[in-house]
Design a binder for this molecule. Structure first.
Ligand code: PRT
Ligand code: ZN
Length: 284
């Protein structure tokens, strides 16, 4: 029995998906010219697909699980379950209009033409706001549509916003925040579910490790108490005496959310020689 995993063949999610699975110890070789590949170190095989096809493959249980953007998942409206948010491929689906347009709220779109590759999500947004507008579905280069007179506004993915800017457009209304998610079929048998649970355990350990850094620092013993208060650690920080008397080395783990703030506070409290090391896996 193998767990069949669908990931994007090439594109923005491909490298991060392979990286995540390999950080989980699967041992997958790159699939740019392949349709599928066996994992060397886990009972799994990986299918390389267009991202748009992944929800359907998983709904049909042709693939047991898949990695896909929420934007694609919600647009396709397939019946699959989200098991984990993966923290990469972050973007938002947004309404954008010409820079010179005076957009105050969704009523601006009343009776207008909207170009998008996401007709389902766009229509939902319009319905929620009681707007009647013409959706013009196109398959790519959506940001060109207003400039060539094909549409008055667009609904497209944005990350940095530079594509909109370069095309004379401005983002006025995000309608969905998206990131890559792990999805699973509703028809997994017990053995498949067990393999998924094993993989999920590893994914969570990798995600946790990516959010945290291992920190080592030297501190004069008189400053230890205040430094230890700043450092949570997995239980409490490790404190080891240095060869030089009156000094200790302190080891701990810091979350990226509070990392810089804590480093500043540690320096102020007397910490020196601070080393920050990435963590590969974190199992609590
Ligand atoms: O061939 P396949 O169908 O598999 O790939 P694709 O061409 O449909 O998708 P791809 O590889 O472009 O994107 C895959 C997924 O990455 C998307 O479905 C999103 O979940 C996610 N993602 C994250 C993005 C972006 N960020 C993103 N910025 N997908 C697309 N973009 C595009 C956007 O459409 C626009 O053209 O990048 C441009 C905007 O970028 P900024 O930085 O200029 O705002
Ligand atoms: Zn696609």
């Amino acid at each position: 029995m193998k767990l069949k995993i669908a990931i994007q063949k090439s594109g923005r999610l491909h490298d991060d998906s392979i990286q995540l699975l390999n950080d989980c110890g699967l041992g997958i070789r790159n699939g740019h010219n392949q349709l599928k590949s066996n994992a060397d170190a886990f009972p799994a095989e990986v299918y390389f697909l267009r991202d748009d096809d992944i929800p359907q493959y998983v709904e049909d249980a042709v693939a047991h699980i898949g990695i896909v953007g929420e934007n694609v998942l919600f647009e396709k409206e397939k019946s699959v379950d989200i098991v984990e948010h993966l923290g990469f491929g972050k973007c938002r689906l947004s309404i954008a209009v010409k820079k010179s347009d005076d957009y105050t709220d969704a009523n601006f779109l009343q009776g207008k033409r909207l170009a998008t590759t996401y007709p389902v999500l766009t229509q939902k947004f319009l319905d929620q706001n009681n707007i009647k507008a013409d959706i013009h579905e196109i398959s790519g280069s959506v940001e060109l549509a207003p400039g060539i007179g094909l549409a008055d506004a667009i609904c497209d993915l944005v990350s940095s916003g530079s594509t909109l800017f370069m095309n004379g457009l401005k983002e006025v209304q995000p309608i969905l925040q998206s990131q890559a998610v792990l999805v699973k079929s509703n028809h997994l048998d017990e053995e498949q579910q067990q393999l998924l649970d094993q993989l999920l355990f590893r994914i969570r350990a990798v995600k946790k490790a990516r959010r945290n850094k291992y920190v080592l620092l030297n501190a004069p013993n008189h400053a230890l108490e205040s430094i230890i208060k700043l450092l949570p650690g997995m239980r409490s920080p490790t404190v080891v005496p240095l060869a030089e008397s009156g000094w200790s080395s302190v080891h701990s783990v810091l979350d990226e959310d509070e990392f810089w703030e804590k480093i500043d506070q540690l320096k102020k409290a007397g910490a020196e020689g601070i080393l920050v090391i990435p963590i590969e896996k974190m199992i609590l």
